[in-house]
Structure formats: structure tokens, C-alpha cells
Write a protein that binds this ligand. Structure first.
Ligand SMILES: Cc1cc2nc3c(=O)[nH]c(=O)nc-3n(C[C@H](O)[C@H](O)[C@H](O)COP(=O)(O)O)c2cc1C
Length: 236
């Protein structure tokens, strides 16, 4: 399978995650900065990697995402906020909507927290004024930035590579047909061996599953974990 991983990265976080996804995708993967990315038509799968800039994909990646039409696609992003936060959910939802609008089929999404450039933190403090929530160094915000400063870590990179491997073997490559009811379907991709946290703080993956009518359903790691706890899904 010929795949393209086109990424945008200012300080290296997204680049590192994109490299890992490309590694997982194997020999057929081309890894290129999104600004130099070729036309997507020659690829079976296009993966776009972006950093979050003011709640959405950075401008270069956004342009590329907008240009994707009728492709099999996946995306990854890094952000300062927690990857399982509502903020990250919104980024994923917005990107999925954009891709769906272009008639693309989204095979999955991978998120990782990424260290925030200290220069940016200073600029925000000056620019936004003391009353703005992003300018205030609350304990909560300190903890967030402290956690972000550790990512992407080796666990995030490992999971990103697994995400790439998973894209190769994903059911999405097979022709669509109605499957068994959701409760009976095995879930793949997020099993954490040895009692480790099934949903890591640093990185989460959404799997694209299908409803019986064939519509893809994004499953965030948190939702998957909740369903597992409720006994609706078996751990694999
Ligand atoms: C201009 C700018 C805007 C940003 N906006 C957001 C944001 O809205 N939400 C967020 O969680 N992180 C935001 N960040 C943090 C980055 O998304 C995060 O640090 C990312 O991992 C950087 O990736 P990179 O190293 O590939 O450039 C922003 C960073 C920059 C430079």
C-alpha cells in the first residue's frame, strides 16, 4: 500500500509523531512536510499530521486538508492541552467534519500532547492581558504545561507507530458490509498489557468503526474504555 504522511511542525513534536506513524505504515510510506507534499491522488492513504493552533489545524495543514477530496485519509495531531480533553475532542471533530465535507473516508485519528514552546507562553501572557485565562499561571495550567513538557514521550511514539501498523490492517480496507451488533464485535488497537493504563495521559487514538448502516463512528479512547468498564466490549 502506498501511503503519504504529510506533516507540519514548528518545534518538532508533530514531526516525531508523524515519523513514528510512517514507520508503522512501513516501506510504502512517504514522509514529507505538508508544504512540500505531492498531490494526494497517487496514494492509497493520506495521513495528515498537524499541530493545533488556536483550536484547529495549523494553517499549512488546514490548506492541505481542505484540498483532500474523495481520499482514504487519517490524521494525527499534537497539542498543548490534554489529548483526552474536550478541547482535543473538538479539534478531532472539526477535522473529521472537514474531511467528510471533501468526501473523504476517515480511517482514524491519533492525538498526542506536545510540549509548548516557552516563547509562546510569554507572548500569550503579554498579548492577551492579565485577565485572559491563558495568561494566568494557575496551578491547573502549570500542571498542564508541566505534563505537556514531557510529550511526546517514548510511550506516545510507540503508540503512534502502532497506530500506523493498525492503519494497514484496519477493516476499512475491506469492502463495506453490515457487521454483527456492536456488543459482539472485538475491539482492536488500545489493549494495554500488564495492567498499564489503557488510556494513556499522553496519547489517545480514535478508531473508526462502522455502524450497521455503514456510517463510520469515531470512538475516542475514553469512550472505548468506558464501554469496556461497562462490559460492553471485551479487552483484546
Ligand atoms: C501559535 C500556536 C498556537 C497554539 N494553539 C494551541 C491551541 O489552541 N491549543 C492547544 O492545545 N495547543 C496549542 N498550541 C500548542 C501546540 O499545538 C503544541 O505545543 C504542539 O505540540 C506543537 O507542535 P510542533 O512541535 O510540531 O510545532 C499552540 C502553539 C502555537 C505555536
Amino acid at each position: 500500500m502506498k501511503s503519504l504522511v504529510a506533516y507540519s511542525s514548528l518545534t518538532g513534536n508533530t514531526k516525531a509523531v508523524a515519523e513514528a506513524v510512517a514507520k508503522g505504515l512501513g516501506e510504502g510510506a512517504s514522509l514529507v512536510p505538508v508544504k512540500e507534499a505531492p498531490a494526494p491522488e497517487g496514494f492509497d492513504l493520506v495521513v495528515v499530521g498537524f499541530y493545533v493552533d488556536k483550536g484547529k489545524a495549523d494553517a499549512d495543514s488546514l490548506r492541505y486538508l481542505e484540498g483532500l477530496k474523495g481520499r482514504k485519509a487519517a490524521f494525527l495531531f499534537t497539542l498543548g492541552a490534554y489529548p483526552d480533553s474536550p478541547h482535543a475532542d473538538k479539534v478531532e471533530e472539526g477535522t473529521r467534519e472537514l474531511l467528510a465535507k471533501g468526501g473523504n473516508e476517515v480511517l482514524g485519528c491519533f492525538r498526542s500532547q506536545g510540549k509548548v514552546d516557552p516563547g509562546l507562553i510569554e507572548v500569550m501572557k503579554k498579548k492577551l492581558g492579565p485577565d485572559h485565562p491563558h495568561a494566568q499561571m494557575t496551578e491547573e495550567r502549570k500542571a498542564l504545561l508541566e505534563e505537556a513538557s514531557k510529550h511526546p514521550d517514548s510511550e506516545d511514539i510507540k503508540r503512534a507507530e502502532e497506530f500506523g501498523v493498525g492503519l494497514l490492517s484496519r477493516d476499512a480496507w475491506k469492502p463495506l458490509r453490515p457487521g454483527p451488533p456492536p456488543g459482539n464485535r472485538p475491539q482492536t488497537g488500545l489493549g494495554a498489557p500488564g495492567g498499564a493504563r489503557a488510556v494513556p495521559r499522553g496519547a489517545t487514538e480514535s478508531l473508526c468503526r462502522r455502524r450497521r448502516d455503514g456510517e463510520p463512528v469515531p470512538q475516542t479512547a475514553r469512550r472505548i474504555e468506558r464501554r469496556r468498564r461497562n462490559g460492553a466490549l471485551r479487552r483484546t
